[in-house]
Ligand binder design. Structure first.
Ligand SMILES: [Zn+2]
Length: 848
């Protein structure tokens, strides 16, 4: 740390807002204080047209409120309800009465933003309008998104009295608030395909003077964009599947000595004993362990001890007992807990340090294919024997950061794990991977097993029970207890003139457009890229309807339907003004990842650069919040561990990050590219006392630059994956004493600090604990581990790599330099005086 870093006050000086040692680039601030895009007064249709997600669950609460705006209520750029979210903004270009009425309908009826977010809410109506701003058009769906208790639940709709669910005879769209009624209600027109059809007699209602059904506010499906139908028998091909959890656990030497086995056992036990696994009496559980052979367990409740059966012949795998591998949890709970308790001692002395993970999945498949369910695989080392064995020699760190890195990010050989996934999916089996290795594991080859069965990947490199226990346990318990849908399939329909060009997310596409997700859950997010149909003029309105058919844990067949509408327009400014920054960023990230794997990562970054150039250049002509903030997110992507051209990210880690981004919610994706930074050494008193829900208001968000920091400060940074606490070396000793229980900066033991924070009983300690809890509360998954860092420690590089407005390891440009390179031309002002100084004097004594 050379020079006068951080613009710190003299030693002992009062902590306070960071005085900048060099003026921040003025144009950045100018950009940020540009007035909001014009909204249409009088219609009540500002940027907050979408229902704001509930606190602690949706984007607004999880918001990286960045303090970019001078207003006191500045919140996250691009979050729903915040500047730059777009929304249905009527504009001053002269909307006719139809449009005004339609926009009111959209505000009232569209499925809320926690379920559906589109990159724009006014779509181009022609190819030429689209080409003027070539940002990705698409919708991000989180069909089972969790809801806070104070948010309206999704209404259930029962068509039992009607006889059948009313759907379009031509395109199978579900009846929804936007269908048009005619012949006094005797006929209806499908809003997606335009087909005119008879209303079933049992569903008839007369119309009012405006042509709307008289009963529409008595029927949820006619005035709610998000409804859940109770599916009648015709939506079942077999009795509804029960919740099934098959645990497949690595018991190799590595798993035992790192404490992975103990951690898995303790976590499963906690989930079972808490009674919070959904499904009650219907839940079935099985346990298989593996090293170089497979171990099945008879969990029949009539046995005094679970019986272990070893299968060593991996070439010719067979099930040693046909029944009693999967057993009802309610009947066999004692046997299951008993077995879990004894696993660490059974394998405590093992010397076997190899894995037949592929064969273990095959064995589990054989034991559960008659019924389907969730397959949870816990692995500590690379599969080296049996089916789908892999080679650790494939790893080649010299390729990292080069155009050949992509070779390590693609699956080895013939993509065997994807083929295995294709066998599992029709049997309604979804794989959740918990990988906790000490060395290279070849995630690129293994992860397709989760990806194509609708599962997720959880990755704990250098796993150690002492540092990873809480995170691992929280994440496993969350996976076992969140809202789940079984044997799920989804269809997404778009209206005339539009087509779906790509699905992103963890799913399997069967046939043309049937998305198969054997186990769908509340975190699951899909992105759908859309485009105009060739040679067809789109209707004035785009409609998107998704229908997720699933079995809930209580055994009821349900159809969760989301309907969303937006007007099209020839007007460039209307389109620009409607950009949802975070949803657009998420769509760009999907496209750039695709490109990175298909060609190489340079091409992926080029894609982001070209998006950014278009956005910046459009912003030179037409200033809106979206065009101001989108470049910041794109720069965040280029500097992130997902896209940057550096050799400090292992192939396994890069694969994990990409797997995670493929299925992350919009707000989590946004946080990853544009983290939150806040000062906690001077946190306001409002953080002292939680409200009745245990929530506190977080300190003001700071710009992501070391200019925001002082050497006597303590800062929290979170990116939706981890929380970092950076402690300046001139920190007040009373802070150190209160929070860590030691008398000086030098004495803080950063390795054990997490377990101390919030336990000291001191008011200041409690305040810090409240802030930390609030940050975690706003990100239900994954559990964000706290990393405490003292100024000057090597690991602070990770912290500074996230300060994206500075030069970072990922990209040696400040935000201003980056904007300039993208073609930014400051308007009405002289060139930024600060920009040159920034180049001469990088902040924090160096760039990271
Ligand atoms: Zn239709």
């Amino acid at each position: 740390m050379a020079g006068p870093p951080l613009g710190a006050p003299p030693m002992g000086g009062p902590p306070g807002p960071a005085p900048a040692s060099v003026p921040p680039p003025p144009t950045v601030d100018q950009m940020r204080t540009t007035p909001a895009a014009s909204t249409f007064p009088g219609t009540g249709m500002g940027a907050a047209a979408h229902t704001e997600p509930p606190a602690a669950f949706g984007a607004a609460a999880t918001a990286q409120a960045r303090g970019l705006y001078p207003q006191a209520d500045a919140s996250v750029p691009g979050a729903p309800g915040a500047p730059g979210h777009g929304g249905m903004q009527p504009t001053s270009t002269g909307q006719d009465a139809y449009s005004a009425q339609f926009l009111r309908d959209v505000e009232t009826f569209n499925s809320p933003a926690h379920f559906v977010r589109c990159s724009v809410s006014r779509l181009p109506n022609s190819a030429s309008a689209k080409q003027r701003l070539n940002i990705p058009l698409g919708v991000v769906l989180q069909p089972l998104a969790p809801l806070a208790p104070d948010v309206e639940q999704v209404p259930s709709v029962n068509f039992g009295a009607v006889g059948t669910i009313v759907r379009c005879k031509q395109c199978r769209t579900y009846v929804n608030p936007f269908v048009q009624w005619e012949a006094n209600g005797r006929r209806w027109n499908c809003n997606l395909c335009g087909f005119s059809q008879l209303t079933p007699d049992t569903y008839y209602a007369s119309l009012d003077e405006s042509g709307k059904r008289m009963d529409r506010f008595q029927r949820a499906e006619l005035h709610k964009g998000a409804v859940e139908y109770i599916a009648p028998g015709e939506y079942m091909v077999r009795p509804p599947q029960p919740p099934v959890f098959m645990f497949v656990i690595d018991v190799s030497y590595t798993s035992v000595v790192t404490g992975l086995l103990n951690t898995v056992v303790a976590s499963i036990k906690e989930a079972i004993q808490s009674g919070s696994i959904p499904g009650g009496q219907r839940v079935q559980v099985g346990i298989i362990t593996f090293d170089t052979s497979l171990h099945f367990y008879n969990l029949n409740s009539n046995l005094s001890q679970p019986q272990m059966l070893v299968v060593s012949d991996l070439e010719d795998l067979f099930l040693p007992l046909p029944d009693d591998i999967l057993v009802p949890l309610a009947e066999s709970e004692a046997a299951i807990l008993n077995l879990l308790d004894s696993l660490p001692s059974i394998f405590g002395e093992t010397k076997v340090n190899e894995s037949c993970l592929g064969s273990a999945v095959r064995g589990a498949f054989m034991a559960m294919k008659h019924i389907g369910g969730k397959l949870l695989v816990f692995g500590a080392c690379i599969p080296s024997v049996g089916e789908l064995a892999l080679k650790s020699t494939r790893d080649n760190p010299r390729l990292l950061g080069t155009d050949r890195e992509v070779e390590l990010l693609r699956p080895a050989g013939n993509d065997g794990y994807k083929q295995l996934a294709q066998e599992l999916t029709p049997a309604q089996i979804s794989v959740e991977l918990f990988l906790a290795p000490q060395a290279y594991m070849d995630l690129a080859s293994i992860c397709p097993l989760a990806k194509y069965t609708g599962g997720d990947v959880h990755y704990y490199p250098q796993f150690n029970i002492n540092t990873c226990f809480v995170k691992f346990k929280s994440e496993l318990v969350h996976v076992l207890t969140r809202y789940m849908g079984w044997e799920a399939v989804m269809r997404v329909r778009v209206s005339r003139g539009w087509k779906i060009t790509k699905f992103d997310g963890h799913l399997f596409i069967r046939g043309q457009d049937l998305l198969v997700v054997p186990n769908c859950h509340s975190d699951q997010t899909f992105a759908i890229q859309i485009d105009m149909d060739d040679n067809v003029t789109p209707d004035p309105v785009l409609y998107v309807q998704s229908a997720l058919l699933y079995t809930n844990s209580e055994g009821e067949r349900r159809i969760r339907v989301h309907t969303w509408a937006a007007l099209t327009t020839p007007n460039f400014n209307d389109i620009i003004g409607s950009i949802d920054v975070q949803a657009s960023a998420a769509m760009m990230s999907h496209q750039a990842m695709d490109q990175s794997i298909k060609t190489n990562q340079t091409e992926g970054r080029n894609k982001l650069n070209s998006f950014c150039q278009q956005v910046v250049q459009a912003g030179n002509v037409c200033q809106t919040e979206a065009l101001q903030y989108l470049p910041l997110y794109i720069m965040g992507m280029l500097k992130s561990a997902a896209f940057r051209a550096t050799n400090d990210i292992s192939a396994d880690l890069r694969t994990y990050i990409m797997m995670r981004l493929e299925t992350l919610s919009v707000s989590q994706t946004a946080a990853f590219f544009n983290p939150r930074l806040m000062a906690i050494h001077n946190a306001p008193e409002t953080c002292q006392t939680p409200d009745e829900h245990g929530r506190v208001q977080l300190p003001e968000m700071l710009n992501l630059t070391s200019e925001s920091m002082t050497q006597d400060g303590v800062y929290l940074l979170e990116d939706g994956e981890s929380v970092y606490m950076w402690i300046g070396r001139s920190v007040d000793t009373s802070f150190v004493q209160a929070v860590f229980g030691v008398s000086s900066f030098e004495q803080i033991d950063t390795n054990s600090a997490e377990s101390v924070v919030g336990t000291r009983g001191d008011p200041l300690s409690t305040k810090i604990a409240n802030i930390l809890r609030q940050v975690r509360l706003e990100r239900p998954t994954p559990y964000m581990q706290l990393h405490v860092i003292r100024q000057g420690e090597p690991k602070e590089n990770k912290f500074f790599a996230a300060l994206i407005e500075d030069r970072t390891i990922g990209l040696q440009s400040t935000y201003m330099e980056f904007l300039t390179r993208m073609g930014y031309r400051p308007q009405q002002q002289a060139p930024p005086a600060g920009a040159g100084m920034m180049a001469a004097a990088p902040p924090m004594g160096g760039s990271y």
